[in-house]
Design a protein. Structure first.
Ligand code: ADP
Ligand code: ADP
Length: 228
């Protein structure tokens, strides 16, 4: 469903961040990109929703080139979760989650129902949390909202760039477990960047190991363990 054909990214300084990558990410797959800092993971991820333009090659989603999508249509249908918690501080939790559904002109009732359903899904009691501001939540709780916000308008694809790496180990483990459960329930395609092999093995249906802008290994956790 997401395909990369000979995708290369050179930055202005001629730094080649991603080199002629060919890759197919399947629908509903939990796909983890892993590798050392600077190997091109974030660049690869951000090309999918056109946050970074490609230098060469083609990326397609459901066979259509990403360049042929309307940019809003593309961004609204791809959830995006960052390492840094990026909630709007002046908005309530409900308003934060409602941003994309509102852009998509969902009705007020529809949005409220969705917000409640999502907060419940990640164990945040809606009556207690929906009207709070982000600063009244712990880091782990805010990151849960970050995950839920990316899911709000029911996107087909969710991109996650080290979403849990800023959290303490206990919150991180809990959020990983919850994300796995969530993924089993919603069956979305997730592309997840990590630099932690334990995390990759735990979460991924498939793991893609990168080094210096290239794919050096790709396979299921079992295959990765057997051929390190
Ligand atoms: P990773 O996510 O694996 O840490 P990145 O995709 O962020 O790697 O970066 C890949 C390479 O591209 C690195 O060498 C990085 O310094 C370089 N790079 C990333 N962003 C830019 C940019 N905006 N301009 C120039 N070089 C960049
Ligand atoms: P992120 O993981 O969100 O891309 P980074 O810390 O890698 O954040 O980069 C922060 C910003 O600096 C980004 O806009 C990135 O594109 C840019 N950047 C990263 N590496 C380089 C580089 N070598 N030269 C110029 N800009 C860079």
């Amino acid at each position: 469903m997401i395909t990369f054909e000979n995708v290369t990214k050179k930055y202005v300084n001629d730094q080649v961040a991603v080199k002629a990558i060919n890759l197919e990410i399947k629908k509903g797959e939990f796909f983890v990109l892993i590798g050392p800092s600077g190997c091109g993971k974030t660049t690869l991820l951000k090309m999918i929703n056109r946050l970074i333009p490609l230098t060469e090659g083609t990326i397609r989603i459901n066979e259509k080139r990403i360049s042929d999508y309307n940019i809003h249509e593309l961004r609204w249908n791809i959830g995006y979760v960052l390492q840094q918690i990026a909630l709007f501080p002046h908005m309530t939790i409900e308003e934060n989650i409602a941003v994309v559904p509102e852009l998509k002109k969902w009705s007020k009732q529809q949005i409220q129902k969705r917000v409640y359903e999502l907060l419940e899904m990640v164990g945040l009691e809606p009556d207690k949390y929906s009207q709070r501001k982000p600063k009244e939540l712990s880091g782990g709780e805010q990151q849960r909202v970050g995950v839920v916000r990316a899911l709000a308008a029911d996107p087909e694809i969710i991109l996650m760039d080290e979403p849990f790496s800023a959290l303490d180990p206990i919150s991180r483990t809990k959020l990983q477990d919850d994300l796995l459960e969530l993924q089993r329930a919603i069956q979305k395609t997730i592309v997840f960047v990590s630099h932690d092999m334990q995390e990759a093995l735990k979460l991924g249906d498939r793991i893609c190991v990168m080094r210096d802008g290239e794919i050096v290994q790709i396979g299921t956790p079992q295959e990765i363990i057997q051929n390190p």
